[in-house]
Design a protein around this ligand. Structure first.
Ligand SMILES: *Cc1c(COP(=O)(O)O)cnc(C)c1O
Length: 224
């Protein structure tokens, strides 16, 4: 399938999900997750009108970054080892996987400018998932104030890969609730405007619950 055709289908789904929830489609940004696909396929996505690309590994990011230079906005969406921060920090516009203080410290140290970070939260409690437990988030946000190069742009979660719509709604609702708690604090370093949630199988549900960034790989660019 052409990326442009997939994008059209996704855009139609986004419009419907926004109608369901009284939102404007302009509030939802599509991040094309290119981790499974070639540089050529990533270029095809950009030609189809995609602006934001997401990669989850240092190597994949480096290869596509070299080839595409400053064209896309880059999102690092994978779990990030502290020792790798220095290799990605100058290439990315957003880091979606901030989940521990040691990582925040390293990002702060290596950054030459303010880095937009999203705090990853494990709302479902699945053991295999990275991220802070919901009850840890507020303390974590408070601790970030010591790092002048970090802006808390939002929150990110990965829901379990299941078919249970109600459960998925509950997961995404939980993240939205934490976002509202943070926004109430009106912290300059933590505007927390973004909710990065929803992937190929659950992005419509995530949008109904307030997603501003959906990370779509398989349904948009495919997986090979
Ligand atoms: C791979 C990946 C995605 C995209 O997954 P699809 O199911 O292919 O859409 C989104 N977010 C993260 C963090 C990923 O690692």
């Amino acid at each position: 399938m052409k990326v442009a055709d997939n994008l059209q289908t996704i855009n139609e789904t986004i419009v419907k999900a926004c109608e369901q929830s009284n939102r404007s489609p302009e509030e939802v940004k599509i991040i094309a997750v290119t981790k499974y696909v070639s540089i050529e396929r990533a270029k095809e996505a950009l030609n189809a009108g995609i602006v934001d690309l997401g990669e989850n590994r240092e190597e994949g990011l480096a290869a596509k970054w070299e080839a595409l230079q400053g064209k896309p906005t880059w999102h690092f969406i994978g779990s990030l080892q502290t020792r790798k921060v220095k290799n990605i920090i100058d290439k990315v516009d957003y880091i979606h996987s901030l989940d521990r203080l040691s990582l925040a410290k390293e990002i702060n140290k290596r950054a030459n400018k303010k880095i937009k970070c999203l705090v990853q939260v494990n709302v479902s409690g699945e053991e295999s998932k990275h991220g802070l437990a919901p009850e840890e988030v507020m303390t974590f946000i408070d601790e970030i104030k010591q790092f002048p190069n970090i802006e808390i742009a939002g929150l990110m979660t990965m829901a379990p890969y299941i078919d249970n719509r109600e459960f998925l709604h509950e997961c995404f609702k939980k993240l939205r609730k934490i976002q509202l708690d943070i926004q109430k604090l009106e912290l300059e370093y933590a505007p927390c405007k973004e909710l990065s949630m929803g992937m190929s199988n659950d992005y419509a549900i995530a949008i109904e619950e307030g997603a501003t960034m959906v990370r779509i790989g398989t349904a948009l660019v495919g997986e090979e």
